[in-house]
Design a protein around this ligand. Structure first.
Ligand SMILES: [Zn+2]
Length: 404
């Protein structure tokens, strides 16, 4: 079944107007051999960060939301908006793209609509130069803190010091800001739809380096940090990969109202082990109505005429139906290894002038084909590629330390 896949759901208008749009091979936008990947992680603040939600009089505030719990209870949680993660990631990818030799000017908010990243992260014709849209194929979910807002956000005042007199600037110079404190946890999910290996790598580069280099913060002073939360020294990170977009094992998700980190860790731990275990998979499939038999290395799950095979391979779980691979699941350090490998694929592709030329020609032809099909420029429901909020606040500086 994977071979027959046509009509890319993430493509702007893959099969509109009868005739098909050209297949692509450099970009996944209409490529026949793409994958869908879901990256799930628990991220832990290591020291004061601020995601930025504007300024309220003299206070820089952190976004919060009331979430609903069981029995009509409510609680307030800190919010890490997906659009903010996306803004930081995109800037980081742009930076490496340009360093690797891509010619052209493309930055937030002036996107070029012609580069590999525009065709991965999306652009809208209404705000950019071209009369076409590309939906982002990287979807960032908004994260809700595990800990309650009152516990995980602190208010600090910043005194502006006069360098010459060594005095503080007085009341007018005091500014308050809300920061998310160390030890706060955010479960974070990202879906990469219909992507090629280098495209997984572009996201992987941003995700890993933005964590590694502490870029996910809008605070201009005291760059706080973020790390992967750990479980027995293994990062809480799961990468699910499917050639068709069908995932028999779903992502472990945490309810927004949960405030007990031990329970959150347990949700991931039950899906997580340094060597893949089939015990949890067995109970999951049984709960779904499958008759399951097998051992610790291989399970067969049957329901009606459906037969799934789950195998514990060297460093991932494989689920297949007959000879068709349905999904692979990588855990912890193996998931990290997967992302690092893809990160290198991204660098290799972008550093290759032949590849860059090929991509440029391909997206040019593809854009022309879309334009012909959309004379009236109907809305394709494309999501705006970038947040419309003040980019400086919404998506903090690109890590050059120039944010003032
Ligand atoms: Zn671009």
């Amino acid at each position: 079944m994977p071979k027959e896949k046509k009509g890319n759901a993430a493509a702007p208008s893959a099969t509109k107007g009868g005739s098909r749009l050209p297949d692509t091979q450099y970009t996944g936008v209409n490529a026949p051999n793409t994958k869908t990947v879901v990256v799930s992680a628990v991220l832990e603040i290591t020291g004061q960060v601020r995601f930025g939600d504007g300024t309220d009089i003299a206070t820089t505030i952190t976004e919060k939301d009331t979430v609903l719990g069981p029995g009509g209870s409510t609680c307030e949680k800190a919010i890490w908006a997906g659009t903010k993660r996306r803004g930081v990631d995109r800037r980081t990818i742009h930076e490496l793209r340009d360093r690797l030799g891509w010619k052209g000017t493309c930055f937030i908010p002036e996107l070029c609509c012609e580069c590999p990243i525009c065709w991965l992260y999306g652009f809208t014709g209404t705000t950019q130069k071209k009369d076409i849209n590309a939906k982002s194929r990287v979807l960032y979910s908004t994260s809700v803190s595990v800990e309650e807002f009152a516990r995980c956000v602190n208010r600090h005042s910043r005194n502006q010091v006069d360098e010459k007199s060594q005095t503080t600037a007085g009341a007018a110079g005091i500014h308050e800001e809300e920061v998310v404190v160390g030890g706060t946890h955010f479960p974070a999910y990202t879906s990469l739809l219909h992507v090629l290996d280098w495209e997984i790598g572009a996201f992987a580069h941003a995700f890993l380096e933005d964590i590694n280099q502490n870029r996910y913060t809008a605070a201009s002073r005291g760059q706080g940090g973020i790390r992967f939360a750990e479980n027995n020294q293994d990062p809480i990170l799961i990468v699910d990969e499917s050639p068709t977009g069908v995932f028999p094992l779903s992502v472990p998700k945490v309810p927004a109202w949960e405030t007990d980190y031990a329970k959150v860790a347990a949700v991931f731990a039950s899906h997580h082990s340094s060597s893949p275990s089939l015990i949890d998979v067995q109970s999951t499939l049984q709960a779904q109505g499958f008759a399951v038999e097998g051992d610790t290395k291989r399970l067969t799950a049957r329901a009606g005429s459906t037969e799934l095979i789950v195998e514990a391979a060297e460093n991932f779980l494989l689920v297949r139906q007959g000879s068709d691979e349905l999904m692979k699941r990588y855990y912890g350090n193996q998931a990290l290894g997967y992302l690092k490998q893809k990160q290198i694929e991204f660098q290799k592709a972008l550093a290759d002038p032949t590849w860059r030329d090929g991509l440029r020609k391909e997206v040019g032809a593809y854009a022309a084909a879309i334009q012909k099909k959309e004379p009236s420029k109907e809305s394709t429901g494309a999501t705006s590629p970038e947040p419309s909020t003040n980019p400086k606040e919404g998506a903090p500086d690109d890590g050059t330390g120039s944010s003032e």
